[in-house]
Design a protein around this ligand. Structure first.
Ligand SMILES: Nc1ncnc2c1ncn2[C@@H]1O[C@H](COP(=O)(O)OP(=O)(O)O)[C@@H](O)[C@H]1O
Ligand SMILES: [Mg+2]
Length: 383
């Protein structure tokens, strides 16, 4: 409408103006007057007999005057018809053009509105947490910009989903930690006097009583260790970062944790300093070494490999123990997941918590009957 209405008005104005102006500027009026006075003059001249040359000249002039008048009338007639014809053809062209443009405009608007409608549906799906249709399922593609928009929305949906999952995971871990803190507290309170009482009893015990006291001692020590695990899991590592030599740390952890029957191999540099929390990292490595000891029944080989890739360092603890079935591998990091009698399932949860607190990542690969490798990736700098 924006193009056609002005074009229509212009055509009408132009043809109206041409119809009015052409007769004014055209020569037909002048010719009619010349013909009228010429006819009168010729008639007057003919009433007087003259020479034959004069009569012939008069006839020639009369014929020329008639021919010129006919010519002028034709031109005037054609001039008027041309204006009307141009007007009609112009109007017809405008109607055809109007139809074509409206179809094109309709097509273009559908090209915009349908993909837009679809994308509005997508936002609805994202809000309901429903999966977005795959690329093959998109029926109305629209302009290429919509492809970019769809790609962006897909990326956004993936990120939202990851964020949502991370939030749920963080809430779940937070709840686990809170319960672990409470259990640790409830266990620790009575355990201290119990262990003190056992030690006192042992001093005055007869040999028969000693056997019972040994059981009391071992079991209360086990409860004590369990309470320590719960307490460690319940508290996020929050000490300030300081330079830590990982090579020295893993050697010390291996010395304190691994029984002498386990063969231990070290690979990597002699010193590897990162920014981190010494105590928490040492506890994490000790937990990995304890798991490796359990997996090899205390008689296997444990390899601790350190690698330095510049911005990141990795600690890989491998054993040749029983391995972990593939179906269980993804769950080993969760708190309270254990396949070991007397296990708390907190060891690897504490390891993961420590590594995440260092902004690192954990990985596990395992093959049943061949062994397990647990890899910790830590950034070299804390911040
Ligand atoms: N090196 C390993 N080899 C085989 N299994 C392992 C190893 N490390 C961990 N696991 C499996 O993962 C489970 C969880 O380990 P963890 O969190 O340390 O808890 P826990 O040692 O108390 O069971 C263990 O029960 C064990 O089944
Ligand atoms: Mg463990």
């Amino acid at each position: 409408m924006l193009a056609i209405v002005p074009a229509l008005l212009l055509t009408l104005a132009w043809s109206g103006m041409a119809a009015r102006v052409l007769p004014i500027v055209g020569g037909i009026g002048a010719w009619e007057a010349v013909v009228r006075t010429g006819d009168v003059a010729i008639e007057a001249a003919r009433t007087r007999p003259g020479t034959p040359e004069a009569a012939a000249a008069l006839d020639a002039h009369a014929a020329l005057l008639d021919a010129s008048a006919v010519q002028a009338r034709r031109t005037a007639f054609l001039g008027q018809r041309v204006v009307s014809a141009v007007l009609i053809v112009g109007l017809a062209l405008l109607i055809v053009l109007g139809l074509v443009t409206s179809r094109v405009a309709g097509h273009l608007s559908r090209q915009l509105s349908r993909p837009l409608d679809e994308l509005v549906g997508w936002t609805d799906r994202i809000a309901r947490d429903a999966p977005l249709p795959s690329d093959a399922e998109v029926t109305v593609r629209g302009a290429p910009e919509f492809g970019v928009l769809r790609e962006g929305m897909r990326r956004m949906a993936t990120e939202l989903e990851a964020g949502r999952r991370a939030t749920v995971e963080a809430e779940r871990l937070g709840a686990f930690r809170e319960s672990a803190r409470q259990v640790a507290h409830e266990l620790k309170n009575p355990l201290t006097p119990i262990r003190y009482a056992v030690a006192t009893l042992r001093r005055s015990a007869t040999p028969e009583q000693r056997e019972v006291i040994d059981i009391l001692d071992a079991e209360s020590a086990r409860l004590d260790a369990m309470a320590t695990s719960f307490a460690q899991f319940g508290r996020l590592p929050d000490a300030p970062s300081a330079p830590v030599d990982l090579a020295a740390l893993v050697r010390a952890a291996a010395r304190h944790t691994l029984p002498p029957e386990v063969t231990v191999r070290f690979e990597g540099p002699e010193a590897l300093v990162i920014d981190g929390q010494h105590e928490a990292l040492q506890r994490a490595i000790a937990n990995l070494l304890l798991n490796a000891t359990h997996a090899t029944d205390g008689h296997g080989t444990v390899t601790i490999a350190l690698t330095d890739t510049g911005a990141e360092v990795t600690i890989a603890v491998s054993d040749d123990g029983c391995g972990i079935p593939a179906a269980e591998l993804p769950r080993i990091w969760e708190p309270y997941v254990t396949r070991r009698a007397g296990g708390t399932g907190l060891g690897l949860a504490i390891v993961k918590q420590t590594v995440l607190a260092h902004r690192g990542q954990v990985e596990a690969t395992s093959c049943v009957g061949e062994g397990t490798t647990i890899t910790l990736r830590l950034p070299r700098r804390a911040e």
